[in-house]
Design a binder for this molecule. Structure first.
Ligand SMILES: [Zn+2]
Length: 365
């Protein structure tokens, strides 16, 4: 890393020249659902009501074969690379992205999702999670980490949250949660009311009001351990932000998804002032249409250097990987992109490199 004349050139090293280009650290996407890549871009999935939308996605997932999930994951990883995204934080339930990243040589954290809104399902859900972890853990490498994700307050019972939190601590698995996303979620947790509560009661599941915000509820259950990645965090108060800071949790901000589902704006400045590590994520292409992180930064009100920092070193920090990636420095992994810039156009990514290996390149014509 350094000026051309100073960098040692090992024998037989490949030499590439980009005279009119920018060299950037690889981008970090702090929240993806790449196993759903095949469902992206279709207007038929647009559904203004959040609960109905979640149901629709669940139905579509039930109709997808393991092979199709794997293909979707591979396509999603390649799409990331073509956009200069060299690290992803994925939440998913099929393991497809863990397998795809391993097979393709990608970098990321894959949080295995677990569901179970009924207390009576807790043991069965844990068994399923432990089996999945057993299968997927062997795929981990120095650049591919397995974690766990109890999905969201309206799909996970309090006992399941506690069981997953204890398991994650015991097994040293990083944790990610969807948290503070919608007003309906707040109503569900605080009052035990609203559409999520009605739907679960309709299935014979008993729901209690917690008289607390979703953040305070999960903090009380021990879920918000150090480094826990909290996805969305739109519906948060200053006290919630303080709780997240104290816990050492980090945040994945998904501005375009929040706006597509009309959840509102997250208080970015509150998190910044509190010093909570915060990265940007696209969420799923089913919500936002594509994996354009620059558009996310723009939607977050960030520009130029602020956007670049958010998509690189701050994203790395949110995932606990700032010592390995996020900036071009001696001693860090060679995760980088080369792009050419045309006025009034989005830059064209010419080359993407993960850990010193070319994973995407536009051939010179
Ligand atoms: Zn999500």
């Amino acid at each position: 890393m350094g000026p051309n004349v100073q960098v040692p050139r090992p024998l037989r090293a490949q030499s590439l020249h980009f005279p009119d280009a920018e060299l950037l650290p690889g981008l970090v996407n702090c929240h993806t659902h790449l196993e759903l890549t095949h469902l992206g871009g279709g207007a038929q999935h647009r559904e203004p009501e959040f609960l109905k939308w979640i149901r629709r996605i669940r139905e579509l997932k039930e109709r997808t074969s393991p092979e199709a999930f794997y293909e979707a994951a591979v396509a999603g990883v390649r799409d990331c690379w073509a956009r200069g995204i060299t690290c992803i934080a994925e939440t998913g339930s099929t393991g497809a992205v863990m397998r795809a990243l391993r097979d393709l040589g990608g970098r990321g954290i894959v949080y295995q999702e677990v569901f179970g809104p009924d207390r009576a399902q807790c043991a069965a859900s844990m068994l399923e999670l432990e089996e999945a972890v057993l299968q997927l853990r062997g795929l981990a490498t120095s650049q591919l980490v397995l974690g766990v994700s109890p999905h969201a307050p309206y799909t996970v019972s309090a006992s399941l949250y506690e069981a997953v939190a204890a398991y994650a601590r015991r097994e040293r698995l990083p944790v990610a949660v969807h948290l503070g996303e919608s007003k309906e979620e707040t109503e569900f947790v605080r009052d035990g009311a609203g559409p999520f509560a009605d739907a679960l009661r309709g299935r014979g599941i008993s729901i209690e009001p917690r008289h607390a915000s979703p953040v305070a509820y999960l903090a009380g259950l021990g879920v918000l351990q150090r480094g826990a990645l909290c996805i969305h965090c739109v519906q948060v108060s200053p006290a919630d932000v303080e709780l997240l800071r104290e816990a050492g949790a980090t945040v994945a901000h998904c501005p375009r998804s929040n706006s597509a589902h009309r959840h509102g704006r997250m208080p970015l400045e509150l998190f910044r002032k509190a010093g909570v590590p915060l990265g940007i994520g696209t969420d799923s292409v089913v919500s936002v249409g594509d994996l354009d992180l620059w558009a996310e930064a723009e939607a977050a009100g960030l520009a130029a250097a602020g956007a670049l920092r958010a998509l690189t070193i701050e994203g790395a920090r949110a995932l606990g990987w700032e010592a390995e990636i996020g900036s071009l420095e001696v001693g860090k992994a060679a995760d980088l992109l080369v792009q050419t810039v045309q006025p009034s156009n989005r830059p064209t990514v010419q080359l993407t490199v993960v850990s010193g290996r070319i994973v995407h390149q536009i051939s010179a014509t």
